[in-house]
Design a protein around this ligand. Structure first.
Ligand code: ADP
Ligand code: MG
Length: 678
């Protein structure tokens, strides 16, 4: 019995080599192959020469206005020439090595020819004659790889459509939704995507396929959310009095926004359901202390808390900052990272299991099977955009399904949040601590760099410190480091003997990085030349200037993150973007940085400037990639998909309805993964 779950090796022409090549494209089963949709279509439909680009493949329909002439170009090589008048243009048509076609070319008759257009010569290098009446033929073009050509993929898909097409009967989108939004059934969608009869149907098939993709995605999020709610989460019964007294002894007054989110978080923690909350706040908005308060709340409830950071440096910094908030005789804070020595690690694990450690801070090293908490109440993830949905899910396995607080300083435009964080509740800190001065940002071209360096020198003379950031050069870490090294040497000479310069880059070991950062914090040197490893979170309040070299090599979000490293103290801070952008887009970005310090505004701008594809393709955005749909262009559709998904999961036993068999099956893996937490 043929089945959609059959391996693609069941198709004729698929041996081990092709199978491997397809596997690499994520295609394992017939089902995968049939949903391997074309990226676009070559419009075989006729066009006018004036609307055709040079080199474009096109079909011209017109009148034959000169008799066909066959010339020999050599042994067995021929060329068939004639003129075709298309509207007001006369096009020279050449067929190579198909002399027999000449009998079909009759002066005064209409023909349609498909080929590649050469605009300068007004000629068409013909590929084939087209049936005249089939005006809307679309040719599907598939994403391919070095190992397998688009044409081969297409042939296999058409073979599969023939052999397995009748099996496409399992609907995923419930019929009433399909009816309401005039969507196609699954069978017609798949056929319409691969072999559309015309442009309209191609569009409709794509609309349905996009909706289906969004709908399944939103169903997955809603299922996760729903299960969270039903999961016997743990009620973190914190002591409000203790929490209040702790807030009183903080070295600063919380901002109104911080108070609001602390309230939201601890209230959610107290509920007997699982918390899955995102804390969003621009750089410098003070998320760390909020996390510390949430962790303290867990401790007053007799539970433990953990915080996971994406890098060693950040974990170290958090351990210090958070450690400083607490009296060590009351709250024990430990750190566990990849560099923790074996003996120390053993001790930490033992104490953790005994409940002798209250807060464990670390990196990915926290997610290890042998790590067992005594009573974990809260897990915090810092800079969560560095971790995917998968890792977020993995963290839940630490301890017994603890409440989760994820933090991010990467503002996601509101239009994308629904996609990026749909499964989470969101708290936003939309205010910076009082007295924080706006960072002044200047953009200057390379030939003005001396001015900026002079300014840096003046700042140093007044007792401040400075960052000089060197960019990633074409993704090569070696060049990257060499470049940073060169800048470091130049500046060392320039600032000597009064000021010292340090160097930080990705090739240093974690210990070395930490030594450098600690020394910079202690003002042992005044200028830090660094690659983007300082990008997130590292805090040196005395640093007031940042010079970013070749700033146009960075994305807006990244520049914004970098800039957030200064202006963390009382003094006015400055950022200099040194760059000679070569495109309008580069200029626009520099100007956007100068104009605003609001991360949300910049994120939105980035989205507008780069377009959805780039922003979404960027894994750091935390937004999953979609194969068919465009969650920005089709935002309204995404919203509808979400509404429908919410409606469905609100029905008890929705997955038992016969209409939902296909959908439930698609989601079964997610459901099982989350059921295991019960
Ligand atoms: P981020 O949100 O970027 O992680 P941090 O938590 O590192 O920001 O806070 C940035 C700086 O602001 C830290 O030095 C912190 O001590 C300080 N800070 C946080 N909250 C306040 C506040 N309410 N008033 C004054 N300073 C604060
Ligand atoms: Mg932070």
């Amino acid at each position: 019995m043929p089945s959609l779950l059959d391996s693609i090796s069941e198709l004729s022409g698929v041996g081990p080599k092709r199978e491997q090549a397809l596997n690499k494209l994520g295609v394992f089963t017939i089902d995968d192959l049939l949903t391997y949709y074309p990226r676009r279509y070559n419009d075989l439909a006729q066009k006018l020469p004036s609307e055709t680009l040079d080199g474009e493949k096109v079909t011209f329909k017109g009148l034959v206005t000169s008799p066909p002439v066959v010339s020999r170009l050599g042994f067995k090589k021929t060329r068939l020439n004639f003129r075709l008048t298309v509207s007001h243009d006369t096009i020279q048509i050449s067929f190579f090595n198909q002399p027999w076609l000449s009998k079909n070319i009759v002066v005064g008759e209409e023909v349609a020819i498909y080929g590649t257009y050469n605009k300068a010569h007004q000629s068409l290098s013909a590929i084939k004659m087209m049936p005249k009446n089939n005006e809307n033929e679309l040719e599907a073009i598939y994403p391919s790889s070095k190992e397998i050509k688009a044409g081969t993929i297409k042939d296999l898909i058409f073979q599969a459509l023939g052999k397995y097409g009748d099996l496409l009967t399992q609907e995923i989108i419930p019929s009433d939704i399909r009816r309401r939004y005039r969507l196609m059934n699954y069978h017609d969608t798949v056929f319409g995507m691969h072999a559309p009869e015309n442009e309209f149907l191609a569009g409709e098939a794509r609309r349905t396929a996009s909706f289906m993709e969004f709908f399944v995605f939103q169903m997955r999020l809603q299922v996760i959310k729903q299960m969270d709610r039903h999961n016997q989460g743990r009620s973190v019964n914190f002591d409000n009095q203790q929490l209040k007294s702790f807030i009183k002894v903080l070295p600063f007054e919380l901002t109104a926004a911080q108070k609001k989110v602390v309230n939201e978080i601890v209230r959610d923690m107290r509920r007997p359901v699982h918390m899955n909350r995102l804390l969003q706040g621009d750089v410098g908005s003070g998320k760390t202390v909020v996390a510390a308060l949430a962790m303290y709340a867990a401790i007053t409830a007799g539970m433990q808390a953990t915080l996971m950071a994406p890098t060693e440096i950040l974990a170290q910094q958090h351990a210090r900052t958070i450690g400083n908030y607490f009296d060590p005789s009351e709250v024990r804070v430990e750190i566990l990272t990849g560099t923790t020595k074996a003996a120390a690690r053993r001790q930490i694990l033992a104490d953790l299991a005994e409940g002798d450690i209250d807060i464990l801070i670390g990196t990915h090293a926290l997610i290890q099977p042998d790590i067992a908490f005594h009573n974990l109440g809260l897990a915090v993830i810092d800079e969560q955009h560095r971790f995917g949905v998968q890792q977020r899910a993995t963290l839940r396995k630490v301890g017994v399904n603890p409440d989760i607080l994820a933090m991010t300083a990467t503002p996601i435009p509101r239009t994308l949040a629904i996609t990026a964080y749909g499964e989470m509740d969101v708290s936003i800190i939309d205010q910076l601590p009082a007295g924080r001065k706006k960072i002044k940002t200047y953009w200057l071209r390379h030939n003005k760099i001396a001015k900026a360096i002079q300014f840096v020198k003046e700042q140093l003379a007044s007792g401040a410190q400075a960052y000089v950031v060197t960019p990633l050069i074409e993704e090569s870490e070696t060049l990257d480091v060499q470049n940073a090294q060169a800048v470091y040497e130049e500046l060392s000479t320039y600032f000597a003997p009064k000021f010292n310069v340090g160097l930080l880059h990705g090739r240093l070991s974690n210990d070395e990085k930490d030594t450098v950062m600690t020394a910079f914090k202690a003002n042992e040197f005044q200028v830090l030349v660094a690659t983007t490893v300082i990008e997130v979170g590292v805090d040196v309040p005395n640093a007031t200037v940042m010079l970013i070299l070749d700033a146009d090599r960075f994305g807006l979000s990244q520049l914004h993150q970098l800039r957030g490293r200064v202006g963390r103290g009382e003094r006015q801070a400055y950022t200099f973007l040194v760059s000679d952008p070569k495109t309008q887009y580069g200029i626009d970005r520099m100007e956007a940085m100068v104009e605003t310090t609001d991360g949300f505004v910049l994120a939105q701008k980035d989205l507008e400037l780069r377009g959805a594809g780039d922003v979404l393709g960027n894994r750091q955005s935390g937004v999953p990639e979609f194969r068919v749909g465009d969650p920005i262009a089709d935002l309204a559709m995404m919203n509808v998909a979400q509404e429908e998904a919410i409606e469905i999961v609100s029905q008890p036993d929705w997955d038992k309805s016969p209409e939902m068999v296909g959908l439930a099956e698609m989601l079964s893996e997610t459901m099982n993964r989350y059921r295991n937490f019960d």
